[in-house]
Write a protein that binds this ligand. Structure first.
Ligand code: HEC
Length: 215
């Protein structure tokens, strides 16, 4: 199942023809991502001899898909539209027709659709210096994880948490300022508490969380 999951996701996002098709393909591949990811989450009722996948591996797969979709959207939709002067990415995308969602909003908005409709899968970009206070770490442990990632950005930091008697696998991956556009926008944003980000800095983390064990 997992091999099919990885290949099935990569193919639609990899083909790119023109602007409208880019957006349509991107949307389609996000939906596909939803369906296939959820089918890979641990479920109760498995026969004992059916091979299972560790939560760490599931989180790594989800992370790879999210990050590649974000990069694809940034490169083939946001940058293209901005270069052509057609539209800009911004927070006011819901009310301004000339504005399309920022890459971070793609992540946070689609996660809301997942968690209500399906299984409690949640993902979110958080930071110690959030522009939006909603992206503040949930607790001191998440804060510690973000500090830990700054010192050692090579690995995710994960733990099991309990929410209303349900166990969740909770992982945080480093979110790195890959380009000048990341730091320029954050440093100049009026709500950003930090104004001296540099390329290569850990700007925050991507939280991936999903239920594990019997539900
Ligand atoms: C054009 C402006 C812009 C660019 C470019 C941009 N961001 Fe952001 N970013 C924002 C805004 C605005 C938010 C808050 C969005 C919200 O309301 O949740 C945000 C949110 C975030 C967050 C969540 C914490 C917070 O600040 O609220 C992280 C982490 C983040 N961005 C990292 C990055 C990285 C890494 C890049 C480059 C790969 C990047 N951003 C590029 C504007 C930008």
């Amino acid at each position: 199942m997992l091999a099919g999951y990885a290949w099935g996701i990569c193919a639609p996002g990899a083909i790119c023809l023109n602007l409208e098709e880019d957006i349509m393909k991107w949307t389609t591949s996000m939906s596909l991502f939803a369906a296939i990811t959820l089918s890979c989450l641990p479920a109760s009722g498995y026969a004992a001899d059916v091979p299972t996948v560790s939560p760490e591996a599931v989180a790594d797969y989800i992370y790879a898909v999210i990050e590649n979709h974000r990069t694809f959207y940034t490169t083939h939709v946001v940058q293209l539209l901005e270069e052509q002067g057609v539209a800009k990415a911004g927070e006011e995308w819901a009310t301004n027709k000339k504005t399309i969602p920022l890459p971070v909003q793609i992540i946070n908005e689609t996660s809301q659709g997942f968690s209500t409709k399906f299984s409690g899968l949640r993902y979110q970009l958080i930071s110690l210096w959030p522009i939006n206070v909603k992206n503040t770490p949930r607790d001191q442990l998440d804060r510690n994880s973000l500090e830990g990632l700054r010192l050692n950005p090579e690995r995710r930091i994960s733990r099991i948490i309990k929410i209303q008697d349900q166990a969740y696998f909770h992982a945080i991956y480093p979110d790195i300022a890959l380009s000048q556009s990341c730091v320029a926008c954050h440093n100049s944003h009026p709500n950003s508490p930090k104004k001296d980000f540099q390329v290569g800095d850990i700007m925050g983390g991507l939280v991936i969380e999903f239920p594990v064990g019997s539900r």
